[in-house]
Design a protein around this ligand. Sequence first.
Ligand SMILES: [Zn+2]
Length: 118
Amino acid sequence: MSESGITMKASDLQRYKSLLLAKRDLLLAEFDTRIVAPPASVPEGDLLDQARADAEADLQISLRQSDNEILREIEGALVRMNRGTFGECEVCKKPLSKARLEAVPWTRVCRECKEQSA
Ligand SMILES: [Zn+2]
């Protein structure tokens, strides 16, 4: 077995791919629910309630943005799979740990590089 480059087993790759696709489906399903869901009812309330409702709406928006970001990352990961560069840190080029890929299969950088850029 060669130590150079990405030597990921096809079975592992397949598993990460199904993780990515499952997560993508989940996110897309969530988008759908949010679109059809009626707006959160605001009890005829005081300004405090109104402020809280506003804050929740903001939170929803920011959540949606991060979901969008994850969706983009997932698409990117699928592209990298086709190119054969999936599982490699974009910065230091080292293979990503299995544990990291299990948790966030769409990640592009290893934890060390992520922490340095944060
Ligand atoms: Zn790295």
